[in-house]
Unconditional design. Structure first.
Length: 277
């Protein structure tokens, strides 16, 4: 699944091609993906100019003067910038046509498994932060307010394993399965550890590790394990730098101990029993 770095890589890729551009067409080749497409979506955005781009957790935001187009890439989705005359393939479900010049471009959403979403939030319903799906989301990991004290305070009365807490997204968002395993390794924390047993000092290390791992992944174009590619169609290559994820039975890059793979909440966790206590 595309996680925070992949969504941010997508945002950075589309941003210069969207700002101040007029949306001159919208092509919907299905009635919806995970959820139905918003009613009269073309009427809402065609003829309107893009004001900004943003991201909330794993949701991509395209902001207009009167509302926000919200896109989720689901399990296997990606967005590419392609020439306007590029023929659509089987899983190309949405085209956002930009500008009215010959030889222009469009943004194409491809989603083979159709777990993605295209949603709309109107400004008359309040700030985009009030969108229903955003109500229970935790803090952004790159916000100025996020630090180890936030993690420590939020976990004093909880007993779940730290890996599960990171995936839940109600304390900090965007730390999906890959980056949770990598962040816990970098901070030396065993993924089984109950959250209320982790000290403030260790949470400070974890917060910094989360920010560092996510920043490194963004800088390297994200992780391309299956379907994800950037806006230019190129794969990310952060997977080449994994310390633990998807390295079951391979030697730890720090101590040589074989990396272990376990299941937590039906998701694979990878860790080093020697480096992570």
């Amino acid at each position: 699944m595309p996680e925070l770095p992949e969504v941010e890589v997508t945002r950075l890729g589309i941003h210069p091609h969207l700002i101040a551009q007029c949306v001159t067409g919208l092509v919907l080749r299905r009635s919806g993906l995970r959820w139905p497409f918003p009613d009269n979506l073309a009427q809402k955005i065609v003829g309107r100019h893009v004001q900004a781009t943003g991201r909330r957790s794993k949701y991509l935001l395209i902001l207009f003067e009167h509302g926000t187009l919200i896109i989720h890439l689901g399990m296997s989705g990606h967005i590419r910038l392609v020439a306007r005359n590029t023929p659509a393939q089987m899983h190309d479900h949405v085209d956002l046509v930009l500008g009215d010049q010959p030889g222009g471009h469009l943004l194409r959403l491809t989603d083979p498994r159709r777990f993605g979403a295209v949603l709309w939030h109107d400004n008359t319903d309040g700030a985009v932060e009030q969108f229903p799906l955003f109500q229970r989301l935790g803090m952004e990991p790159f916000s100025e307010q996020f630090n180890g004290a936030v993690l420590y305070k939020a976990t004093r009365h909880r007993k779940i394993a730290i890996k599960q807490m990171l995936l839940a997204g109600d304390v900090v968002v965007g730390v999906g399965n890959i980056y949770a395993s990598e962040s816990l390794f970098m901070s030396g924390i065993n993924p089984h550890t109950p959250v209320n047993e982790i000290t403030l000092a260790r949470y400070k290390k974890l917060a910094l590790a989360i920010q560092k791992v996510l920043a490194q992944a963004i800088a390297k174009g994200g992780s391309s394990l299956r379907d994800f590619v950037g806006v230019d169609g190129k794969a990310g290559y952060f997977q080449q730098d994994y310390f633990v994820y998807d390295r079951n039975k391979l030697p730890c890059k720090k101590c040589g101990t074989l990396i272990q793979q376990i299941k937590q909440g039906q998701r694979s966790t990878f860790y080093c029993v020697q480096c992570q206590k």
